[in-house]
Design a protein around this ligand. Sequence first.
Ligand code: UD1
Ligand code: CA
Length: 494
Amino acid sequence: MTSPRPAAVIVLAAGEGTRMRSATPKVLHAIGGRTLLAHAIAAARGVDPQHLAIVVRHGRDLVAAHIAVVDPAAVIVDQDEVKGTGRATECALDALPEGLEGTVLVTCGDVPLLAAQTLRGLLEAHVASGSVATVISASLPDPSGYGRILRAPDGSVAGIVEQKDATDVQREITEINSGLYAFDAAVLRKALTQVGTDNVQGEKYLTDVLGVIRGQGLRVSAHLIQDLWQTEGVNDRVQLSRLGAELNRRIVERWMRAGVTVVDPATTWIDADVRLGRDITIHQQTQIHGASTIGDDVVLGPDTTLTDVSIGRGATVIRTHGSLAVIGEGAMVGPFSYLRPGTELGVNGKIGTFVETKNAQIGAGSKVPHLTYVGDATIGEHSNIGASSVFVNYDGVNKMHTTVGSHCRTGSDNMFVAPVTVGDGAYTGAGTVVRKDVPPGALAINVSPQRNLLGWVYAKRAGTASAQAAAAASGDSPVVPEDSVIVPEGNASA
Ligand code: UD1
Ligand code: CA
């Protein structure tokens, strides 16, 4: 059965969330790389409502700014000083077109595991039963804290009572109100005008609407669901991590079923917005965050953390920390690599051990294998950067760019003092400080000639293990007398 498009989804997110003990509004705390509110918005959008209204109050400006980024089309509704879920819903209806007809769903901003599919199930059950109000309920072993579903002798729903207002007998009821509902829009609007604040908390409860509607002889139903995680709200940070772990377990399992090998699901964390190809292997202690995209046949980890990284088919990334980087097909990264924003590694390229890169375009087949910093640089194709080099990009005030061409071979322990350009096919010697452009095909060297100060150790480090080792190595050859030692200029105290 296809359910009709709902007229609106109203997401309640005005509550204070005091138990989080946080300067950040509760709904802006995140699991799986999305805020709690973004999860609620994703579920709401999944049923394609004509209108999406989000009610805000606590941390209003922060929450509203977040909504503007996540879902600019959503209507931001400010709740006034009247408290309660009923008042919040009323404010939302006032902000939506007058005379709104059809079904309105009400959800909470702090129930992150709720799936769009479950809202679709609610919608279908609501329409099929011909009810004007349907609440998602669940049967909990420990229902404390939740509102309880009151059933009439014939089994129909008579109303909801909050824990704080419940009698001892009512508190024994284990069927709880999830806080997720479907209503006929017009009936809801009218019923809310008849709800007061005469309860323990002095709030205008949305839950009271069910009793009001029932009192009008209209039909109210409960839609009992089995997956309790989908009704669980976040009230404190213990629940935040509990739900975060369960969300991750679900995401990782989904990817395994879609053709990804996950060696250790318990230590693998994949955000909700990550996209993975097929036949990827993920080793233990790997976290893939943000909007990362991983191609087919990639091998990731162990011990790798990637945020907003895109990886081409068949690449290997081991013990790496990366963000806002692009890794080409067949490329090799790690172990112990640090890819900072703006890193782009070409097809079959390599970023190796103890290499840090930032705003660096490294062309196809080019290699930066060992102990190197590449910042603000462009390297062409099939070039090799010698071990232990630094792209010296910062003069203390400005960041400047270095260009290395294609098919270059730069020596070990080079400093590329930006701005500087090494032409195609050029070489540089070991230890070169490249301060001037190197023309294509040239060899750049600027290290001064080596001088050996013979006998220096005997003279200046007499009696040390070094002197003894040197004497042993020279065998029968005479020890150079002290007066023949050459002391270098400007180093007389050595
Ligand atoms: C509510 C229900 C309870 C249900 C539980 C499920 C009522 C009166 N009670 O209780 O039956 O079992 O949810 O989790 O509805 N909110 C506003 N404005 C407000 C107050 C709350 O927008 O003035 C929002 C909150 O941000 C939250 C949601 O409504 O997203 C639920 O509010 P909360 O205070 O958590 O309600 P509970 O006491 O848990
Ligand atoms: Ca709650």
